[in-house]
Design a protein around this ligand. Structure first.
Ligand code: HEC
Length: 188
């Protein structure tokens, strides 16, 4: 009799343990059972969380003023005239790799206004209602500009055209300049 009770106790314990453990795995649609809660609920504030202690209660902190991403080179030219001196590190390079990157960013961000071949905005549907048609980029005027001047317009914008600094990462901007040179007939 005693051994029977022992066996049934053992069975009960085993089935209890089994039901607890099957509850923690990804079993169908059942929610997880948290056995060790601290490991799932970390005290660290997650990015989109409310944070009682932050001045604006946002979990995400604003980086201190002047913070720069690693490898970022601050742009020091404030006007197009000074920017003419900015040297293109890829000057004269029209390799497949350079042009491929240039084509990519030009096609995504510039062609909609300046045309796939830099022929200007007259024919572009987006420019139909624009008072100032996006200029031709294969003009003698732009051919006469330095690479630094074109880079400046991409980075800072010009008049009616907004800046594209946040759209085209620094390390790909000179490739766009080279692609415009390519459209102008260079390196063909
Ligand atoms: C929303 C339309 C639009 C887009 C997109 C656009 N531009 Fe422009 N761009 C213009 C307009 C309009 C002007 C003339 C602005 C002015 O002088 O007031 C201009 C001017 C320029 C100029 C100077 C041309 C000149 O003759 O003075 C260059 C160079 C240029 N853009 C390059 C680019 C490049 C490179 C891109 C892509 C990164 C780009 N633009 C994207 C509308 C656009």
């Amino acid at each position: 009799m005693k051994s029977l009770i022992n066996i049934s106790m053992t069975l009960l314990a085993a089935s209890l343990a089994a039901s607890v453990f099957t509850g923690c795995g990804p079993s169908g649609n059942k929610p997880n059972v948290e056995l060790i809660q601290d490991m799932m609920e970390s005290p660290a504030i997650k990015s989109q969380e409310y944070d009682e202690s932050a001045p604006n209660h946002a979990g995400m902190r604003v980086p201190p003023e002047g913070t720069q991403p690693q490898g970022f080179v601050p742009y020091k030219y404030t006007d197009a005239v000074a920017a003419a001196a900015n040297q293109n590190p890829l000057a004269g390079q029209y390799t497949e790799e350079v042009l491929k990157t240039g084509t990519k960013y030009y096609t995504i961000h510039c062609s909609i206004c300046h045309g796939a071949n830099g022929q200007g905005g007259e024919q572009q549907s987006v420019a139909q209602t624009m008072a100032l048609k996006p200029p031709v980029l294969t003009s003698d005027k732009i051919k006469g500009w330095t690479d630094g001047q074109i880079y400046h317009v991409i980075t800072m914008g010009q008049g009616m055209m907004g800046p594209y600094a946040s759209h085209i990462p620094q390390k790909y901007r000179w490739q766009v300049v080279n692609y415009i040179r390519h459209l102008q007939g260079k390196g063909n």
